[in-house]
Structures are given as structure tokens and as C-alpha cells.
Ligand binder design. Structure first.
Ligand code: FES
Length: 169
């Protein structure tokens, strides 16, 4: 277990200067700065900051006394963590088996072409993040696309492009 007294002076200074870091430090303290609380701490950090900046990951690593490479590795491994500021809109195409069988892959390719980005990326103007998911369990709605956290079923390339073009302007 990490030693709570081991937090560096620099990290403590960061925490005292920004109330968001104080809130994050409080969540770590509540978990006794345990290494095995890293995922929960990163969840909290994303909730507080909106996304995980390098500074936030560094702060978490220092406070939990974990190597930065380990913290970064965990943050990039799980798709629910974001290391970029959230876009205005998100379009998440399911590529699970049922959706794939009903044309989700071609639908995704159309959106990638229209937005000029690959899945996982955000447009340069910050208007759209394009994501893929692996079966959130609504296979009866295949192909499924989630627009700004709202699920839409039986989507087509046309219906998705209509929505995305409206966002991209
Ligand atoms: S495969 Fe897409 S919701 Fe299940």
C-alpha cells in the first residue's frame, strides 16, 4: 500500500492551488491512496476534469506512488477514459457481431469519410468525436448508433450522415 505521507511537495502545491485537484486528492485519500484504487480514482478524475490531462495523470501517479507509465497505460487501455477534451458531439457506432452483420462497418466508413477522421478521433474544430463500441446489449436495434449518449436503432449510412452533417455544419 502507498504511504500517504509520500505525496510530493509539488503535487501538494498543485492540489492547494486548484480546487479540482483538492477534490481529486480527497477521493484518493478516502481510498487510503491504495494502488488498487487506480481505476476508480481515474473515473473520479474524469468526472472532475471532464477528461484526463497529462497533468492529472501525473498528479494521480505521484499521489498513489505509481509510475507514470503505469497510470498512462491504464488510462489508455480502457475505452471509457478520454485523454482529450470532449467534443461538442459524439457519434458511437456499435461494431458488435449483430450490428456488424447489418452493415455497421460500411456505415462507420461513410461517417469517417464525411468527417475526415478515423474512429477514435475528434475533428480539428472539436465538433465531433467518432467512437466505436462493442455491443452495449441492444442487438435487437442493430445497427445501433449512439448520438450524444442517446441510442438510435436500425440506423443507416444515410440517417447517420444526416445527423453528422448537421453537427459539422
Ligand atoms: S452487436 Fe450492436 S448492440 Fe449488440
Amino acid at each position: 500500500m502507498a504511504d500517504t505521507a509520500g505525496a510530493t511537495t509539488e503535487a501538494a502545491e498543485t492540489a492547494s492551488a486548484d480546487p479540482r485537484y483538492q477534490a481529486l486528492d480527497a477521493t484518493m485519500k478516502r481510498r487510503q491512496y491504495r494502488h488498487d484504487a487506480l481505476i476508480e480514482v481515474l473515473h473520479d478524475a474524469q468526472g472532475i476534469f471532464g477528461y484526463l490531462t497529462t497533468d492529472v495523470l501525473t498528479f494521480v501517479g505521484r499521489q498513489l506512488q505509481l509510475p507514470p507509465s503505469h497510470v498512462y497505460g491504464v488510462a489508455t487501455f480502457y475505452h471509457f477514459f478520454s485523454l482529450e477534451p470532449p467534443a461538442e458531439h459524439t457519434c458511437e457506432v456499435c461494431l458488435g457481431t449483430a450490428c456488424y452483420a447489418k452493415g455497421a462497418s460500411a456505415l462507420l466508413a461513410e461517417v469517417e469519410r464525411e468527417a475526415g477522421i478515423a474512429a477514435g478521433d475528434t475533428t480539428a474544430d472539436g465538433k465531433l468525436t467518432l467512437k466505436v463500441s462493442r455491443c452495449p446489449g441492444a442487438c435487437g436495434m442493430a445497427p445501433l448508433v449512439v448520438y450524444d449518449e442517446v441510442a438510435a436503432g436500425h440506423e443507416t449510412a444515410e440517417s447517420t450522415l444526416r445527423r453528422v452533417k448537421g453537427w459539422l455544419g
